[in-house]
Design a protein around this ligand. Structure first.
Ligand SMILES: [Zn+2]
Ligand SMILES: [Zn+2]
Length: 333
């Protein structure tokens, strides 16, 4: 039995759903020792991207502290000529700058970790298991859908999910990895080991936002340490290579994350989900500025980040009503 499990590759494990994998396994209490090892391995694989994210956050923060902030603050270098600050006033202003930077970075990482936790732990939202959404009612009753227009296929039939046996609300999609329908599904994100949907999109966006601001700070200041490190010939070549490599990798990561942040700001501005954007792209539609759900930029941001603009950048104030994600206002163009 274990041998057949072992034939599943790492890649398949990522692509298969967690539920499918669980269904092929006995419950934890009844599992043998080797099966428990396998269950543990599968759970570890699913959590691996999250562990990678946490490793990147903690190692980048530690490197910034150890090789940028602390050398400025303790100022005990034996090669003062390679530093950018020489006089007492220059040293004082460099120290004040360093303290402001580390407070700013710590503040960003703090909210990044809370947002990551909430993005990962919040249920993205699923179709209620009520008669209203039961597939049997598809043609028999219109009463439950009076206040909304349920998205229809081109042939006029309602969207239904054959896996969940439920009618699909607008913007809802079935996630293969979660093995269920997700309300206002954006995409499945392995980095948070969760789907991004109606109830946790804000937290996901804040992960990207605080990740981007932290990376911008790192890239725009740590270059000083790179120059100092390269100019100080008392450093070993291995250390120089390490510092340059770290900076290059963080630089590339920052470009990716900042671009991703602006992409999501654009999506929110126009009230698209990532899936809807991809659908438009696949359909080769150039009408990217017109989502049928768009209610104007300000209302679109309110829908995605919460009603109170003062709370938009904090991972709170996003509690959703019972029928949130089921019905959407549509504006016809
Ligand atoms: Zn489904
Ligand atoms: Zn999912």
């Amino acid at each position: 039995m274990v041998d057949s499990y072992a034939s599943i590759t790492f890649v398949q494990a990522f692509e298969d759903t967690e539920n499918e994998l669980k269904n092929n396994l006995p419950p934890w209490e009844k599992a043998t020792f080797s099966e428990k090892l396998y269950i543990f391995a599968i759970k570890s694989i699913i959590l691996l991207p999250v562990i990678v994210v946490l490793f990147i956050i903690s190692s980048t923060y530690t490197i910034y502290l150890a090789f940028y902030i602390i050398p400025i603050l303790i100022d005990n270098n034996n090669r003062p000529e390679v530093y950018f600050w020489h006089t007492d006033s220059e040293k004082t202003s460099a120290a004040i700058r360093a303290i402001i930077f580390i407070i700013f970075l710590t503040w960003n990482i703090f909210w990044l970790l809370i947002s990551l936790y909430k993005a990962s732990k919040t249920d993205p939202g699923s179709i209620p298991r009520t008669l209203e959404w039961d597939i049997i009612l598809e043609d028999s009753s219109e009463s439950s859908t009076e206040k909304v227009t349920i998205e229809k296929r081109k042939d006029g039939s309602q969207r239904t999910c054959n896996h969940c046996q439920l009618r699909k609300p607008d913007r809802c999609h079935h996630c293969k990895q979660c093995d269920r329908c997700i309300l206002k599904m954006d995409h499945h994100c392995n980095w948070i080991a969760n789907c991004v949907g109606n109830n946790n999109y804000k937290y996901f966006f804040l992960v990207v936002f605080y990740g981007a601001t932290s990376l911008i700070l790192f890239v725009s200041t740590f270059w000083e340490s790179v120059v100092i490190c390269l100019c100080d010939d008392s450093n070993s070549e291995v250390f120089m290579l390490f510092i340059v490599t770290v900076y290059a990798l963080v630089f590339l990561l920052s470009i990716t994350v900042v671009a991703f942040m602006f992409f999501h700001i654009w999506l929110m501005w126009n009230n698209f989900s990532t899936i809807e954007f991809c659908e438009k792209k696949r359909a080769k539609s150039n009408n990217f500025d017109k989502s049928p759900y768009s209610q104007g930029a300000y209302n679109n941001f309110k829908e995605n980040l919460g009603n109170n603009p003062l709370m938009w950048f904090l991972p709170f104030g996003y509690e959703k009503s019972k029928d949130s994600g089921l019905f959407f206002n549509t504006k016809k163009y």
